[in-house]
Each structure stands twice: as structure tokens, then as C-alpha cells.
Write a protein that binds this ligand. Structure first.
Ligand code: NAD
Ligand code: UFG
Length: 331
């Protein structure tokens, strides 16, 4: 299939492009590079040893999107493009609502206009809010604590309504848990701008000596050791989940958790990182971070049952591959 990947120069998008190319699909990327680099597209081509068409463009620009659909016979869209920093979304709600929702509306409209029936959307476990773990797809969603999370919940509803009204429009909504790790080549991975918000990139930068010590946000949660528990998933497993979702896409709306089903605490992750890479990660316990929940992990059985997909890479592989990418990067 010819797949249009929006946000394909980004962290999850680039790994998914590699997985798509390796599975025999053709890929066009549309990305405005607001949180990524053009070199990543070259690395994708290098790893997969295949060509990719790259459009440097904003997917909130309806005319530019129309040109892409005119230029290619697109069979499916995977829509990664979006702003994703939870804290920033509280400061810049308009930017987040505009970018994440308008892009989804414009792409869905182009799909209907050009009879492109396959649409895969990047959602997030954040839409579950502070529900009871493990999170299963049938749970009623709870409000999230930030505009970013709300954009994901809204886009899920918008795509669901569009699919109801257009029976041939097939939508796969993928709720990611906590993607970490990097391609085993060490060529592509997560390279956040500035000081990272997320745990794994913070840990790798502490290990490298770029940051002094990790601040562990709270050790008084009702969890195994008091620190927050998350379902970390290797980004290459996540990428393969997209290929499976696309291959199995049938009419209607299908929602899948993409996680491992395993919870890991902050201190367990730090220990795994130290063991995997034989390196020390200094840390201190500080206050809880506002908006955090105690535990978030998936019931991953639906994706296994319906897509034949499960995450294969363990926490040690995630820590090893994250570290390889960090040590490869020049900054
Ligand atoms: P990322 O920032 O690395 O990738 C997003 C890409 O989209 C970037 O390359 C950026 O330049 C591009 N982009 C943003 N707005 C655009 C626009 N209007 N037009 C064109 N390109 C645009 O982020 P990621 O971690 O790869 O996340 C991909 C998707 O998955 C996002 O929608 C994100 O919300 C979602 N998600 C991420 C996580 C996570 O922890 N990384 C968890 C759940 C869901
Ligand atoms: N944490 C620390 N210190 C840090 C960073 C994080 O202790 O410096 C802790 C957090 O308190 C939490 C855990 O590590 O317990 C994971 O935090 P992340 O910031 O890495 O990830 P979150 O679970 O908060 O959120 C991430 C993405 C969201 C996405 C969500 C989906 O940032 O966009 O996963 O589950 F919606």
C-alpha cells in the first residue's frame, strides 16, 4: 500500500516508516519539522534501504494536503503529526487545540474527497484519565488534566462520528502507553529539544552527564515502591503495531491499546537502565508532579486477539537501545 505518514520525521513516526518500508509498503511523509529534523528522513531511507517521498509542509494547510492527495494514489493515512508536550499544552491551549484538531479534520476531509478509506490515528493512554488499571479499551474515558489529552479524546470522537456517517471509512485508533527505546541501529530515536519532560530521555541525559541527577516525582504512591508505575513499550514494537493495525483494518472504528501489559515503577526503570548499561544514574526523590497518576498500564489482550500483535522487547532492551541512541548523538 502507499501510506501517507504525517509526522513521519518524528520519534514514533520515523520508526513506523521503517517498519512500513520493511513490510513492503511505500511511504510519503508530511512533516513541518516543528519537532524533528530533516536528517531523520534520510536515516529512515538508510535503515530501510528504500526511497521515501518527503513533503516539508504543515498538515493544517488544506491546500498543501490536497496537493499531496493529488500527487499520489494514497491507500491509507497514519496521522502522527501533533504537538505532544503536556505541560506546554496548559500554557498554549489554543496552539494545541488548533494544531491537533484542525490537522485531523483536514486529513479526514481529504480522505473522504479522494476515497482513501484507511486512517490510523495516534491516540494516548492519557484519555483513560485516572481509571482503574489495567486500562481496557471498553472503559468509560475520564477527563484528562490538560489540553493535550483533551485533543486526543476529541479527535477520537470526531473520527468515530465520521466513520459512523461514512461506512467505508475505516479507522484504527491506537492508544499508546509510554514509548521508549530506539531503533537498534542507533540512527533514529527520541531527541527532545531542551530539558526532557519524560523519564527515559531524562535518565539517558543524566547517565551521559548532561544533567546532574534524576528527580523522581514522588515515592508515596500506592505502588510497589511508592514511585509512579507506567507501561513502557519499545518504539519498534509500537511501530510494528501500526503495520498490524493497517493490515487488519476493516470498516468501522477499532480502538486498540498498544502497550506491554506490564507496569514498571520509576525506580525499577532506573535499576533496569543501570543493569542494562552498567552505568550509574544518580537520583533524588522530590515532590509529586502535578497531574501525574499513580499507575497506568494496558490490558493489551485486544491487540493480540484481533491484530495478532504483542510487544516482544523487554525493559532491558528498551534501556539498552535508548542508551545506544543517546551515546550516538553528538549533542
Ligand atoms: P514527535 O514530536 O517526535 O513527532 C510528531 C511530528 O509531527 C514531529 O516530527 C513534528 O514536526 C510533526 N508535526 C507536528 N505538527 C505538525 C503539523 N501541523 N504539520 C506537519 N507536521 C507536524 O512526537 P511522537 O512522540 O513521535 O508522537 C507522535 C504522535 O503520537 C503524536 O500525535 C503524539 O501526541 C502521539 N503520542 C505520543 C506519545 C509519546 O509519549 N511519545 C504517547 C501517546 C501518544
Ligand atoms: N518521572 C520522574 N522524573 C522525571 C520524569 C518523569 O519521576 O523527570 C516519572 C513520572 O512522575 C511518571 C513516570 O516517570 O511516574 C513517567 O513519566 P513520563 O513523563 O515519562 O510519562 P507520562 O506517563 O507522564 O506521560 C507520557 C507522555 C504523555 C502520554 C502518556 C501516555 O508524556 O504524552 O505517557 O501514557 F499521554
Amino acid at each position: 500500500m502507499n501510506i501517507l505518514v504525517t509526522g513521519g520525521a518524528g520519534y514514533i513516526g520515523s520508526h513506523t516508516c521503517v517498519a512500513l518500508l520493511e513490510a513492503g509498503h511505500s511511504v510519503s511523509i508530511a512533516d513541518n519539522l516543528c519537532n524533528s529534523k530533516r536528517e531523520t528522513v534520510d536515516k529512515v531511507k538508510l535503515i530501510a534501504n528504500k526511497e521515501v517521498t518527503f513533503y516539508e509542509m504543515d498538515v493544517t494547510n488544506a491546500e498543501a494536503v490536497d496537493v499531496v492527495f493529488q500527487n499520489h494514489k494514497i491507500d491509507g493515512v497514519i496521522h502522527f503529526a501533533g504537538l505532544k508536550a503536556v505541560g506546554e499544552s496548559v500554557e498554549l491551549p489554543l496552539d494545541y487545540y488548533y494544531n491537533n484538531i484542525v490537522s485531523t479534520l483536514i486529513l479526514a476531509k481529504a480522505c473522504l474527497k479522494y476515497s482513501v478509506n484507511k486512517f490510523v490515528f495516534s491516540s494516548s493512554a492519557t484519555v483513560y484519565g485516572d481509571n482503574t488499571v489495567p486500562f481496557v479499551e471498553t472503559l468509560n474515558l475520564l477527563p484528562t488534566t490538560n489540553p493535550y489529552g483533551e485533543t486526543k479524546a476529541m479527535c477520537e470522537r470526531i473520527l468515530t462520528d465520521i466513520a459512523k456517517a461514512n461506512p467505508s471509512f475505516s479507522v484504527s485508533i491506537l492508544r499508546y502507553f509510554n514509548p521508549v527505546g530506539a531503533h537498534e541501529s542507533g540512527f533514529i530515536g527520541e531527541a527532545p529539544n531542551g530539558i526532557p519532560n519524560n523519564l527515559m530521555p531524562y535518565v539517558t541525559q543524566v547517565a551521559k552527564g548532561k544533567l546532574k541527577r534524576l528527580r523522581v516525582f514522588g515515592n508515596d504512591y500506592p505502588t510497589v515502591d511508592g514511585t509512579g508505575v507506567r507501561d513502557y513499550i519499545h518504539v519498534v514494537d509500537l511501530a510494528e503495531g501500526h503495520v498490524a493495525a493497517l493490515d487488519h483494518l476493516t470498516e468501522g472504528v477499532h480502538i486498540y491499546n498498544l502497550g506491554t501489559g506490564q507496569g514498571t515503577s520509576v525506580l525499577e526503570l532506573v535499576n533496569a537502565f543501570e543493569t542494562a548499561n552498567d552505568i550509574n544514574v544518580p537520583y533524588e526523590i522530590v515532590d509529586r508532579r502535578p497531574g501525574d497518576i499513580a499507575s497506568c498500564y494496558a490490558d493489551a489482550s485486544k491487540a493480540k486477539r484481533e491484530l495478532g500483535w504483542t510487544a516482544k522487547r523487554d525493559i532491558i532492551a528498551m534501556c539498552r537501545d535508548s542508551w545506544r541512541f543517546e551515546t550516538n548523538s553528538k549533542e
